[in-house]
Design a protein around this ligand. Structure first.
Ligand SMILES: N[C@@H](CCC(=O)N[C@@H](CS)C(=O)NCC(=O)O)C(=O)O
Length: 310
């Protein structure tokens, strides 16, 4: 099959945990998608031509609409492909809140367990790249020292999953998998890939261990491959489907047509500048142009991102 402007092009790499969250959502929704492999470290010239400078993974592209960050990707998947839903029990707000906890708290615990113990993928080029990404030293010695505390924190977090599963339910919010499962699960997948010894914690969390297997069994939907040059050509030939939308409650009075810069509030804070097209409490879309991709609309979440005028 050859990809078109209606297909899901998923810019990712296989050992990317945040990509795994979305791949599980592809599995839940049984979607067909193209994996566009991107480098693990900078430079990423094709990716940043699409995004305007955002370098993190994953990024989803559908034609000339570019979705940066797993949170906005999942929101868009739910909008375009509502069934099966990522919210099988309702409780939409709670599921998003759990997802933020999994991304920010549990993930940092797991990262520390991974890089603080045993062999790792962290060679010199990787370490230099991640120091630039975070603006902090990648101090493997300090991580080693912190690893016992982080293992303790990870166990405390994971035991909330055990509590949630205590009544015998198959998934975190009931009998069907959803966003909460994908978000919590990718952390265990990351441990399995990079430091399987860290999974020892599951010996005392049997329901979580069985749930982990169950989520793993969901799979990733139907995957095909596409190279990143072809993805750029698809963007260039396509037109964004995003309609202008004003946000009457925008806390800073931003409106379509304003020039704004959007940046992550944690790491990889490169600002991306464009013209505001649409926004609401959970999303913002900006238009920008690049000779390689033509006019594209780049979408970001609001939670975890700052938007500045100019
Ligand atoms: N908040 C982002 C976090 C993404 C993230 O941290 N991704 C990692 C890989 S899983 C990353 O981009 N690392 C740096 C890189 O690959 O250049 C999301 O939810 O997508």
């Amino acid at each position: 099959m050859s990809a078109t402007a209606n297909d899901i092009l998923f810019h990712q790499y296989d050992i990317s945990p945040f990509s795994e969250k979305v791949r599980v959502a592809f599995g839940i929704k049984n979607l067909e998608w193209y994996a566009v492999e991107e480098p693990v470290i900078m430079p990423k010239p094709e990716l940043t031509a699409l995004t305007g400078g955002y370098r993190k993974i994953p990024v989803m592209q559908i034609g000339a609409d570019i979705y940066c960050d797993s949170q906005i990707i999942l929101r868009e998947l739910e909008r375009r492909f509502p069934e099966p839903t990522l919210f099988p029990a309702g409780d939409t707000g709670l599921a998003w809140a759990v997802s933020m906890w999994a991304d920010r708290v549990l993930f940092q615990n797991v990262v520390a367990v991974i890089f603080g113990g045993g062999p790792s993928i962290a060679d010199e080029a990787f370490i230099k790249d991640r120091e630039k990404l975070t603006g902090r030293p990648f101090d493997t010695e300090a991580m080693k020292q912190a690893a016992p505390m982080m293992a303790e924190q990870a166990r405390a977090g994971l035991s909330w999953l055990e509590d949630q599963l205590a009544d015998g339910r198959a998934y975190l919010t009931g009998e069907k998998p959803g966003l909460a499962d994908a978000a919590a699960y990718y952390n265990l997948a990351f441990l399995r890939w990079l430091n399987p010894a860290g999974l020892k914690v599951l010996e005392s969390l049997p329901k979580t261990a069985a749930w982990d297997e169950r989520v793993r069994g969901i799979g990733h939907g139907k995957r095909a491959e596409l190279n990143n040059k072809d993805a750029l050509a698809i963007a260039k030939a396509a037109t964004s489907q995003t309609k202008e939308k004003a946000d009457p409650n925008e806390p800073n009075g931003l409106k379509p047509g304003d020039t704004v810069s959007v940046m992550a509030d944690d790491y990889g804070r490169d600002p991306i500048t464009g013209t505001l097209v649409a926004s609401d409490a959970q999303s913002i879309a900006i238009r920008r142009e690049d000779p390689q991709v033509g006019e594209v609309v780049v979408h970001f979440p609001r939670a975890g991102f700052f938007v500045m005028k100019g």
